[in-house]
Write a protein that binds this ligand. Structure first.
Ligand code: CMP
Length: 136
């Protein structure tokens, strides 16, 4: 039974030309791309997507970064996709992410960490509803 997760390939990855490299890793793992769109997040969507972080000190610069240019939003599907994708992406702080993960191989920042991935079934449902309401 395929599980779905919401992934954002963030503006730093788009600017650095890493979209193909990141997608390649997910595809080779066997995950299916159920939906994919390139768009620029506006402030309203940023506030909704990161609702649990609104009061955190890192949120204002995070919002500036996430709305700074186009990103690629996708739904990935596969067996235990939520946990599999989180493991492939690596620790939030890319400086501490394990080698072999997307962040551990390709990033060196706690903010500009290339990828967002849903952290639980509830988050996946909520985030798919925000980004792909027609598929929720
Ligand atoms: P993400 O998985 O998208 O979830 C929240 C994001 O906030 C995270 O990736 C980082 O981009 C950013 N973030 C989390 N913690 C910090 C922090 N301490 N400093 C700066 N950015 C952070």
């Amino acid at each position: 039974m395929a599980e779905r997760t919401l992934v954002l390939i963030k503006p730093d990855a788009v600017r650095r030309g890493l979209v193909g490299e990141i997608l390649r890793r997910f595809e080779r793992r066997g995950l299916a791309i159920d939906a994919m769109v390139q768009r620029t997040m506006d402030g309203r969507l940023a506030d909704a997507h990161y609702a649990q972080h609104l009061e955190k000190p890192f949120y204002p610069p995070l919002k500036d970064f996430m709305t700074s240019g186009p990103l690629v939003a996708l739904i990935l599907a596969g067996d235990e996709a939520i946990e599999v994708v989180r493991t492939m992406v690596g620790a939030t702080d890319a400086r501490k992410a394990a080698a072999g993960t997307v962040r551990g191989d390709l990033a060196l920042s706690n903010r500009e960490n290339l990828v967002h991935a849903s952290d639980s079934p509830d988050s996946a449902r909520r985030e798919i509803g925000l980004w792909f309401p027609e598929l929720a």
